[in-house]
Design a protein around this ligand. Structure first.
Ligand code: ATP
Ligand code: MG
Length: 588
């Protein structure tokens, strides 16, 4: 386990709620108390995500505050105040009503990060239908599969995405009654059950009364990233908003005046829980950027929008590291107070780079589509341990467990021991099932624990350290090696931009460690560099853990949510079928 230097937390601002004493906060926390921060629908009619995110603010002092500032690809800026967002989402809820959409029906969105996506999400939640976002970059088959699994009744998309990706699969989707198109083009030939999104919105009333909502009413259907296999549709309920709201404060350090930027796309759960819900329930201004990653654009946004809290992902951070420090030095980023990362393990090198580039470390945090919200984090008032995902949030019980052959689950209490990361069920944003896959859901639980499928360790101070996904852990000569540890050492080398490590079957050692590496600009893949990297890794990791083979790749295969797909590298290495690649980034 890499015991890296601790980065002392910066307490030069008021951290709320007072988290300085981790144990006291945990003891004083209860989900009921967290729930009390929210309003609930009038007349005790329950907890509805969209009411908490929009309606309650639109009726109060925050009505004119910018809820969402949208930055278009080509430079357009459009501000949506809480009041404007409330009215537009009321209109969309009325559109659904008029189309005969009932509570619990599925409404999908297939769009880039455009305002209509946010209107659709929140309007659907108001109407108590289930919202399901898809990545606009998906090809027709992954789109068809997900629409079919969730038996989508309504799809909101753009005219151009429709023509390119949906028109041809439409006949295969008997449940899909309505497609609402953004943009002026209409499909050719015209198709019944297809209407213009904006026309319907304009015709609808701006008043809508949210119906009684039970905390257990389904709200969101979210597909997992598909890193380890076929994506699963995780179902979340309206009561999850308690977790979205409070974890925004606890793990992302939300303060009332914050300008928050979550760079994730809502096609992935981070873009919904923290790209839509959490900043709005907390009454912040949330930045939405339509464009894809570009280091200059991103630094420009951080500077020009005065972003104070920034939530991004390791892939993006590594791309910024690849571009280097001179660029970031050209921007004035003094307003930036808190930086956080999720999605993959964050290499210690990247945490420390945050300090160099922004004067603040990145705060890594861990969670999954299934958990609906952040579970383990290096939070604001806690010292950051680079390479660690932090400690469990208040209200969350996490443990490292071992599964015996007979299926028993036993927590491992000894620090430093590797095992499966498990959580005690019961937090509000916990998924309530995999859509139409009850057996797969059942398999996630044993002995009173939810088993995450990730392997980790806990140190004596209670920090958790990610080792690898259970499927990716390498068994070599009687040792268990986590790919993350090896990858983190490789990216410490000045030539390495990204690294992915797999276990390659070997008759003697069972598996041997093989690394795939992409290089920073200016470095040539050649045998001399290969030897240098092998030696570099051996010196730091020892002969058992260090890779025995290295291959150079221009880029590593990743999911749409930016996760390295080690299983694909392994399948390719072994000449096996690639399995489900529906979430693979194009060209990877
Ligand atoms: P699938 O379940 O379809 O294989 P996925 O697990 O990648 O895909 P997500 O729910 O988007 O789908 O991702 C959750 C997983 O991402 C976690 O289980 C973990 O493996 C990884 N992860 C997320 N954040 C972190 C982190 N901070 N450190 C280490 N791993 C992380
Ligand atoms: Mg998963």
């Amino acid at each position: 386990m890499p015991w890296n230097p601790i980065i002392k937390s910066r307490r030069d601002w008021d951290v709320i709620p007072n988290l300085h004493d981790y144990d006291t906060v945990r003891r004083g926390f209860s989900w009921d108390r967290a729930r009390a921060e929210l309003d609930g629908l009038p007349a005790g009619q329950g907890l509805n995500i969209a009411h908490e995110a929009v309606t309650r603010h639109a009726a109060g002092p925050l009505a004119q505050r910018t809820a969402i500032r949208w930055l278009g690809k080509s430079g357009t800026v459009d501000d949506y105040s809480y009041r404007r967002l409330d009215e537009l989402t009321n209109r969309f809820a009325n559109v659904l009503q008029a189309l005969g959409v009932a509570k619990g029906d599925r409404v999908y969105a297939l769009t880039g990060r455009i305002p209509e996506l946010y209107i659709t999400a929140l309007g659907t939640l108001k109407h108590r239908a289930i919202f399901c976002p898809l990545f606009s970059a998906f090809g027709p088959e992954p789109i068809r599969a997900r629409l079919a699994i969730g038996q989508a009744k309504v799809l909101v998309t753009t005219a151009s995405l429709y023509q390119r990706k949906v028109a041809a699969i439409r006949e295969a989707l008997p449940h899909l009654e309505q497609v609402l198109l953004i943009g002026d083009e209409q499909p050719t030939p015209p198709r019944t059950g297809t209407a213009n999104f904006h026309q319907l919105l304009e015709q609808a009333s701006g008043h809508y009364r949210i119906g009684a909502t039970d905390s257990e009413d389904p709200a969101l259907l979210h597909f997992t990233s598909g890193t380890t296999g076929t994506p699963k549709g995780a179902l979340h309920v309206h009561g999850a908003v308690v977790a979205h709201h409070i974890t925004g404060k606890l793990a992302l350090d939300f303060h009332p005046d914050d300008i928050f930027w979550c760079t994730a796309d809502p096609g992935w759960v981070t873009g919904t829980s923290y790209g839509i819900i959490a900043p709005l329930t907390n009454g912040l201004t949330s930045i939405v950027d339509e464009a894809e990653f570009d280091a200059e654009r991103w630094y420009g946004i951080l500077q020009n929008q005065g972003v104070t809290v920034w939530y991004t992902a390791p892939t993006a951070i590594r791309m910024m590291m690849k571009v280097g420090l001179p660029l970031v030095r050209q921007y004035r980023l003094g307003k930036l107070r808190f930086l956080a990362s999720v999605g993959e393990p964050l290499n210690p090198e990247a945490v420390v780079w945050g300090e160099q580039a922004f004067g603040r470390p990145f705060h890594d945090n861990w969670w999954q589509t299934e958990t609906g919200g952040i579970m383990i984090a290096n939070y604001a008032a806690m010292d950051v341990r680079p390479g660690s995902m932090g400690r469990p949030l208040p209200g969350i019980e996490a443990a490292i467990v071992r599964r015996s052959d007979s299926g028993e689950v036993e927590p491992i209490t000894e620090p430093g021991q590797q095992g499966e990361l498990a959580l005690r069920p019961g937090w509000p944003s916990m998924f309530r099932g995999y859509w139409h896959e009850p057996e797969r859901y059942k398999k996630c639980f044993a002995g009173g624990w939810y088993l995450t499928g990730d392997v980790a360790k806990q140190d004596k101070d209670g920090y958790f350290w990610f080792v690898g996904r259970a499927d990716d852990v390498i068994k070599t000569s009687g040792h268990l090696i986590g790919p993350f540890e090896v990858e983190s050492v490789l990216i410490e080398h000045k030539a390495v931009a990204e690294a992915a490590v797999i276990g390659k079957p070997d008759p003697v050692a069972m598996e041997l460690v093989k690394a795939f590496v992409s290089l920073k600009d200016g470095y040539e893949p050649n045998d001399a560099l290969k030897r240098e990297l092998l030696g570099f890794a051996r010196a730091r990791l020892g002969a058992v853990v260090a890779p025995k083979e290295i291959a150079f790749l221009p880029t590593l295969p990743k999911t749409r949510s930016g996760k390295i797909m080690r299983r694909l590298l392994k399948a390719r290495e072994l000449g096996l079928p690639e399995g489900d690649t529906s979430t693979l980034e194009s060209g990877a």
